[in-house]
Design a protein around this ligand. Structure first.
Ligand SMILES: Cc1ncc(COP(=O)(O)O)c(C=O)c1O
Length: 412
């Protein structure tokens, strides 16, 4: 049967508005089943988790189901799945908690490829603990972050290596398993930002070597919340600041306040939706997820190649007034998600963003909070135009994008 993008699109009510969505890396559109799960939870008897009333048991079941869904998605242990408001909030909390175990002179490694959410929390935490932040750079010409870039910053004092699974700006997928192996040799923990990666490829936290893996359901067709997966033993060894009467069990002691049960139900629905994207996939939900995400990866890669070929054709048509190609693609890493960062020599990417938006094509320009990466690429704090793919993007959308960019480039 194979991947059926028409059937997939029919499940996304928002697409009826008629926009071509290349803004998925900022937050994806949501299928009907996710919205229905959120609504069904909010119109069912609700109470805090417990075992006495049916409403309490309902909330408890929602939390356990969401942990199990995320565990299947990531190849993680459901007992180590922590929910929170956002990946950013979870990372700030984790960094503070880990920093309480650091001493002056300890070191933390962050990378310039990362989203600020996997940089700044570590900088603040290091400052509080008297630890040193060491920066791993990346090559702006190749968009690659290599194992050597990180390994040269490692020392016996390294406590944490914070690295992205995939750059939300460039799509680059660094060699996380090799980076993790080098970090583990020095006894450091590896914290992987999986927000961008999870939407585009099968994920297995053990293969990655991630001690902690954080992601955000709203990037993979789910609702707005964050989730972090770690080995239960690691969480058991940590003591986050918490309210005295709240549970001291793991993972609950990391979940501050009452969980958004409706969003957790939506997260489970999103994972189930992903698992069914490949109609030929069979077996356990984990197996169907792995097969479906591999299918999504192939499908999105095909669209990405079409866009790249279309952009190359636009450049063949002529050079701009400065004698340069009209569009430059900065996403060049050998291994990457289907995420293209574009600039237009002599033109403001914000103008391209607005020009496309007026034609119903949503492809924003900015740094997307990957501020260090944008600066390293020479785009400063303004960034460039990002074209992101999602399972519901089709050839018609790509045609509209290329036509819009062609028009923009042929403007005087
Ligand atoms: C790679 C990456 N990391 C982290 C984040 C932050 O996620 P959240 O909004 O859940 O805090 C984002 C959001 O754009 C992202 O793309």
């Amino acid at each position: 049967m194979g991947y059926d993008v028409h059937a997939v699109r029919a499940r996304f009510p928002a697409l009826a508005a008629g926009f071509a969505h290349f803004d998925g890396p900022g937050g994806s559109q949501v299928p009907d089943s996710v919205a229905a799960a959120v609504a069904a939870t909010m119109t069912s008897p609700l109470a805090n988790r417990g075992s006495v009333t049916a409403a309490e048991r309902g909330s408890d079941a929602i939390v356990l189901a969401a942990r199990s869904a995320v565990a299947d998605l990531l190849g993680a242990d459901p007992r180590g799945v922590v929910f929170g408001r956002s990946m950013t909030a979870l990372t700030f909390d984790l960094a503070r908690t880990l920093a309480a175990t650091w001493s002056p002179g300890d070191e933390v490694i962050v990378t310039r490829l990362d989203h600020d959410a996997n940089i700044r929390p570590w900088c603040y935490a290091a400052q509080e603990a008297g630890a040193t932040v060491r920066w791993a750079g990346f090559d702006p010409r190749t968009a690659e972050l290599t194992v050597a870039d990180v390994a040269r910053e490692l020392s016996s004092r390294t406590r944490v290596v914070a690295v992205t699974g995939a750059s939300n700006l460039l799509g680059t997928r660094p060699p996380v398993p090799l980076i993790a192996a080098a970090a583990h040799e020095r006894g450091a923990l590896v914290v992987v930002d999986g927000v961008h990666l999870t939407a585009h490829a099968p994920v297995d936290v053990a293969t990655l070597g991630a001690d902690v893996y954080a992601c955000s359901p709203y990037k993979f067709l789910g609702p707005h919340c964050g989730v972090l997966a770690a080995a239960p033993d690691l969480l058991e060894s940590l003591e986050p600041a918490k309210l005295v009467p709240s549970p001291d069990t793991v993972p609950e002691r990391f979940e501050l306040g009452t969980l958004p049960y409706e969003l957790l139900a939506g997260t489970t629905a999103a994972v189930d939706f992903l698992a069914a994207l490949d109609p030929d996939a069979s077996g356990t939900r984990r197996e169907r997820l792995t097969a479906s995400m591999a299918t999504v990866e192939r499908y999105e890669d095909g669209l990405r190649r079409r866009i790249e070929e279309g952009l190359a054709r636009l450049n063949e048509k002529g050079l701009n007034k400065r004698g340069l190609p009209g569009v430059t693609v900065h996403s060049r890493a050998a291994s990457r998600t289907p995420t293209l960062l574009l600039s237009f020599p002599g033109r403001d990417p914000q103008d391209a963003y607005r020009f496309l938006a007026e034609r119903g094509v949503n492809a924003p320009a900015g740094t997307f909070y990957a501020l260090e990466a944008s600066r390293r690429l020479g785009f400063g704090d303004r960034g460039a135009l990002r074209v992101g793919l999602a399972p519901y993007v089709d050839d018609g959308d790509v045609d509209r994008l290329l036509a819009g960019l062609g028009e923009f480039l042929s403007e005087p």
